[in-house]
Design a protein around this ligand. Structure first.
Ligand code: NDP
Ligand code: 8X3
Length: 252
């Protein structure tokens, strides 16, 4: 049977690269995103290689998610993979200067959106059984604190713990769960974070040899193709150019 992967946030970055990687291997795809034009263009292109179902849906909209997933055609009644990728960071200002709207958007997308897709798709993953897997996009920001990370990092810490907890509840179903925790990766992520400021975007990646979306796609493809008896619980990766820095001390 042709395996199917459901990828949230396939209109750019990791999600788009994943769609291309899985399509190249002949997997059927369900792709989501809000930017309809981009999503349909990608689906059209990849349809030459495999079956692709584009779903224009905002992961924050629970009713829309329920409707879109509830109406999946029978061909998608079992899923081999779910890549919970849709997500974003907004800003790097210190907490006292942040907008509550931005904080809510991160919680609604990175936490609640991921919960909706997970809960709504679990029956299809369980129906597949052995070999099925969920890859959640965590981040190094969920593992390590840094200034300006506040709600973004906390949302990814939620994703990490939710991923580990899910494993407990999925014991016996054959469904695997991995929390993938990348560091610096070059994508529109930083354009979104800096509200479209290209100069700031460029300064984040200048000379850093950041990880590329296709590197992440290759990692996710590898994760979902591990032997069915193996679960990679979490996987943190950084570009070689990135490491840790010292603790901050305010001196009198
Ligand atoms: P991009 O900005 O390139 O892609 C984000 C994707 O998420 C887009 O396809 C976007 O689609 C989708 N998305 C955002 N909000 C929503 C929403 N409300 N409903 C549906 N889709 C949404 O970023 P990346 O590919 O870099 O990031 C993907 C994931 O990886 C995120 O969860 C991010 O936090 C995480 N990550 C990124 C890192 C990096 O350095 N780039 C490092 C570690 C983790 P659309 O706008 O069309 O809806
Ligand atoms: C994105 C990585 O370091 O910008 O999740 O938070 S970082």
């Amino acid at each position: 049977m042709t395996p199917t992967v459901f990828i949230t946030g396939a209109t750019s970055g990791f999600g788009e690269a994943c769609a291309r990687r899985f399509a190249a291997a002949g997997w059927s795809l369900v792709l989501t995103g809000r930017r309809a034009e981009r999503l349909y263009a990608l689906a059209d292109e990849l349809s030459a290689h495999t079956e692709v179902l584009p779903l224009v849906v905002d992961v924050r909209d629970r009713a829309a998610m329920e409707q879109a997933i509830g109406q999946l055609p029978p061909a998608f009644s079992t899923l081999r993979g779910l890549v919970n990728n849709a997500g974003l960071a907004l800003g790097t200002a210190p907490a006292p200067e942040c907008s509550l709207d931005d904080w809510e958007t991160m919680v609604d997308t990175n936490i609640k959106g991921l919960l909706y897709s997970t809960r709504l798709l679990l029956p299809r993953l369980i129906a597949h059984g052995a070999g099925a897997g969920i890859v959640n996009l965590g981040s190094i920001a969920g593992n390590w604190p840094y200034p300006g990370s506040h709600v973004y990092g906390a949302s990814k810490a939620f994703v990490r713990q939710f991923s580990l907890n899910l494993r407990c509840d999925l014991q016996g179903t054959g469904v695997r769960v991995t929390n993938l925790e990348p560091g610096l990766c070059e994508s529109e992520f930083s354009l979104v974070r800096f509200a479209g400021d290209k100069a700031k975007y460029d300064s984040v990646y200048a000379g850093a040899q950041a990880i590329q979306p296709k590197d992440i796609a290759e990692t996710i493809f590898w994760l979902l193709n591990q032997p069915a008896h193996i679960n990679i619980n979490s996987l943190e990766l950084m570009p070689v150019s990135q490491s840790w820095s010292n603790f901050a001390i305010e001196r009198a």
